[in-house]
Structure formats: structure tokens, C-alpha cells
Design a protein around this ligand. Sequence first.
Ligand code: NAD
Ligand code: UD1
Length: 337
Amino acid sequence: MHILVTGGAGFIGSHTLIELYKAGHTAVVVDNLCNSNPLALQRVAEIIGVPAIPFHKVDIRDRAGLERVFAGHKFDACIHFAGLKAVGESVEKPWEYYENNIGGTLTLVDVMRRHGCKNIIFSSSATVYGDPDEIPITEQCPKGQCTNPYGWTKSMLEQVLMDTQKADPEWNVVLLRYFNPVGAHPSGRIGENPKGIPNNLMPYITQVAVGKRAELGVFGDDYPTPDGTGVRDYIHVVDLATAHVCALQAIVRRCGIGIYNIGTGHGYSVLDMVKAFVRVNGVEVPYSIKPRRVGDIATCYCNPAKAMAELGWEARHDIDDMVRDSWNWQRQNPEGY
Ligand code: NAD
Ligand code: UD1
């Protein structure tokens, strides 16, 4: 299939490009590079063994720019990663988040339908469940109250896309609710490249390990979890990438609307992650216990059985792979790209 990948220069998009090409698909990337580096695409091309990945530096809010891209291609589907994703920033700049993520997606969807491309795989998030009623989380669990505008953009866009499909059944909409992506391509050539101080756990750990930060703050050790620290469903980004390739099958089967949890089904605590990182990589990660972070929940992991049953997808990488590959990327690229 010929795929439009929005946000393809980013962390998850760049890894997904590799899996798409490995599976025999072709892709065109649209990205405004607001949170990424074109070097990522160059390295993806090197890993795949092609001269270059077709790339347009276009903002998805730019209708004319998208029109130009669509004029030159007949896309079978769009994998839509483009969006702003920093939770804290979204609290400070809600308008910018709604305008970029929702405004951008509305424009994208309109241009897609005008060009007869009515298949989309959307990057959603476990955050749409809010503080879940039951663990492990299945797709049957109701959506909840989000604690920040970023989360609401995901929740609202799910609704926008589902309503679009209901009104026009020619659409196929696959909503992938990612749990906590970590890791990197095993080559260490591409990986997560946060700007400034990392918000998420794994890039913070790797930056401490590489000496860029003095110590990790562990946000709370009094949660009702086995060791008191927060429990999450960390998933290797290569597994997450293959989930998108598998999700194309749902589109081929004309799924209408498909909603899938994309996680491993295992919950690991903050200290589990730190200990695995130290054990596997043989490096020190000093840490100290800090107060809880506002908006955090105690435990979040999923039941990924639906993705297995309907998409034939399952995570293949374990916690050791995740911490090894995260470190391999950071070690080789201490300053990122
Ligand atoms: P990322 O920031 O690395 O990639 C997003 C890409 O989108 C970047 O390259 C950025 O430049 C681009 N972009 C942003 N706004 C754009 C616009 N208006 N026009 C064109 N390009 C634009 O983030 P990621 O971690 O790869 O996440 C990809 C998607 O998955 C995002 O939608 C994110 O919200 C979602 N998601 C990520 C996580 C996570 O932990 N990384 C978890 C759940 C969901
Ligand atoms: C966060 C976002 C969520 C988003 C997800 C993936 C919040 C409240 N939620 O989820 O919306 O979808 O990232 O991008 O920000 N931790 C530390 N020290 C740190 C960093 C994190 O102890 O320096 C802990 C957290 O308290 C949590 C765990 O590590 O228990 C994971 O944190 P993080 O990587 O930020 O992901 P989430 O909070 O699950």
C-alpha cells in the first residue's frame, strides 16, 4: 500500500516507516519538523537501504500544502502521527494544542476525503481512559476525564473520526491507543529525542545514565502498587511500529471503526524500570524519591488481547530489550540528532 505518514520524522513515525518498508509498503512523509529533525529520515533511509524517504515539509494545518502533496500521489491510507504531545506544555498553551492537533486533523481529514482517501490510522493514547475503573484496561472500559488539554485532543479527535466514519461508511478509522512507548531501533541510529528536560520516564533515565542530568526524581513512592511507585505498560517502539503495519490489515478488511489497546499487558513500576536499566546496561542511575506528580495515576496497563485476535499483533520485546535499546540509542547519540 502507498501510505501518507504525517509526523513521520518523529519518534514513533520514524520507527514505523522502517516496518512499513520491511512489509513491502511505500510511504510519503509530511511533517513540519516542529519537534523533529530531518536527520531521522536520512537515517531511516539508510536503515531501509533506499536513497531517501519522500518528504514534504508541510504543516497539516496548511490546506494548500496538503493539496499539493495529494496532487502528486494516490494514497491508500494515512497513518496520522502529527501532533503536539507535551502534557505540561498543553496545560500552559491549551489553545495551541487544540488548534494544532484538532485544527490540523480536521484539515487533514477534509483534504483526504476530497481526494478519495478515506482510511486513517490515528495515534491515540491510554490517556483517554483517564483514571480507569478496572485494570487491566480493555477497549470496553469507558473513556474517562482527561487531566490535561493534550489528553482531551486525543479524546475529542477519536470522537471526530468516529462521527466522520458513521456519517460516511466508506471511511475506515483505526484508533490505536498507545500505552507507554520506550526503546529505540536496535541499530541505535534513531530514537526518542526530547527537546529540553524530558517529561517522560525513559528519556530521563537515559539522560541521567549518560551524565546529562544528576539524578532521576521518582514521583511518589506511596501509591497502592507493589513497591509504591507508579506502574505503567511500557512498550518497545518497534512493537508499536509493527502494530501500525498490522492495523493496515483492518483497513483492507474494511473494519469501519477499530479501536485497539497497544501495550504489552505487563505493568512495571518506576523502580522496576530503573533496576532493569542498571542490571542490563551496567550503568548507574542515581535517583531520589520526590512528591507525586500532579495528574499521575497509580497503575495503568492494558489487556492487548483484541489487537492479537483481530490484527494478529502482539508485542515481542521484553523489558530487557526496552532498556537495552533505549540506552544503545542514547549512548551513541548523547546529544540526540
Ligand atoms: P513526536 O513529537 O516525536 O512526533 C510527532 C511529529 O509530528 C513531529 O515530528 C512533529 O514535528 C510533527 N508535527 C507536530 N505538529 C505538526 C503539524 N501541525 N504539522 C505537521 N507535523 C507536525 O511524537 P511521537 O512520540 O512520535 O508521537 C507520535 C504521535 O503519537 C503523536 O500524535 C502523539 O501524541 C502520539 N502518542 C505518543 C505517545 C508517546 O509517549 N510518545 C503516547 C501516546 C500517543
Ligand atoms: C505521560 C502522560 C500521558 C501520555 C504519556 C505518553 C502525564 C500525566 N501523562 O504518561 O498523557 O500519553 O506520558 O507520552 O504526563 N516518572 C518519574 N520521574 C520522571 C518521569 C516519570 O517518576 O522523571 C514516573 C511517573 O510518575 C509515572 C511513570 O514514571 O509513574 C511514567 O511516566 P511518563 O513516562 O511521564 O508517562 P505517563 O505518566 O504514564
